[in-house]
Design a protein around this ligand. Sequence first.
Ligand SMILES: [Ca+2]
Length: 437
Amino acid sequence: MLKRIYTKPIIWEHQAKNKLALLYFTMLIISFVIITRTFAAHIYHVSPDGNDQNPGTEDRPFKTIKYAAEKATAGDTVLVNDGIYREHIIIKNSGTSDTQRIVFKARTPHAAIVDGLGVDVPPFYGLLEIKNANYVTIEGFEIMNTPEAGVRCSNCKNATIRDCLIHNTTNEKRSGLIFVFGDSALIQHNEIYGFTWNGIDVEGGNNVIIESNYTHDNPNHFGLQIFPFHSGGDSSFYFNNIIRYNVIARNISGMFFRNNKYLQIYSNVIYNNTYSGIHLGEGATSSPSFDSFSQIYNNTIIGQKYCITNTAFNNLSIKNNIFYSPLYDVFLFDPDANTGHDIDYNLYFGKGDTPVGNHDLYADPMFVEPSKNNYELSDGSPAIDAGVILANVMKDINATLRYYGTSYDIGAYEYIPPTDTLAPAAPKGLRAIFLSK
Ligand SMILES: [Ca+2]
């Protein structure tokens, strides 16, 4: 312990130096702890020819993902080799932050296959279940033939499910990916099909981002939905969910929402869903409608029946969308869900409604090849530069920055002219000049 002497200033100086030394020493210890913790993060390996008695190293991998899930803690990665894994996986351990997640990753995308054939899964669990765990990432798996849901996240915050191929259930009314309360989930770049209920089903969640997914051919229900949790009788409202850059096709409805406020749906392509492209429905509340303040921007919606149906959401902003409805009206809105909307800068085509805003267009959008579901714009399309600039819709569905030309295009794609293939002539007579700042 430092001896405290109060008489001579020179001693104070020594004491200050000692304090400084102590501070440096403490910082050194802290750095050492951080570095040690960083290096202490494990990479566990899993391989079909491994053994759960092994240490989980690259040379001596585990055999099952579920065993690795018991071992992995915050900051660890479970790297799964190519092969087929027939097991019911339950992940219960949590990461602690975005930099200290627990990551489960296929070594080769879609070559680590979790196959549910013959696997016992309790009713309504996921073949891969994340249970009461936060900051878990699932990346690159193929998950198929699921006896129950494909992936279920139950009471998980900050889960990330990305780059997965999730398909085909052997049961009735089962969804590909379910969250039962999933605040701050990121559902990114997955393909999900062949389910008897929803492709993506979020039952209770705020600040959820669903982006760049292809959810299709779930013919009994919806491509994606965000609802309150049904069986709990949850009548809460959910806030600030973002749905962008997705392609959603051949479900009953493309998207279905209840009890969502400040929802953003932008730059999606939605086509050939049996009933509605986007359905906004009533929730488990006493009020038949509510002020939602949600935005539907820059989508391309091809209606098999309707493009948007709405029985509950008031105060919507609907702009820059292409609505192509060959057989039915574009909108089907209940009278009690028809106040406070701001609908303009949309392009209508087909048998659909007459335009409702001052800047609307009624014209053939000139898709590149609609018979092959290519809904990009051709050169000369009236949708080009006909939209309004919307600050939160910074990219189109191809992640192209908006905007090109004089304004936003209408629809999910921003038109970029083919690049000039002739190289520009080399400039002559240049000399270096230096500009002062
Ligand atoms: Ca443009």
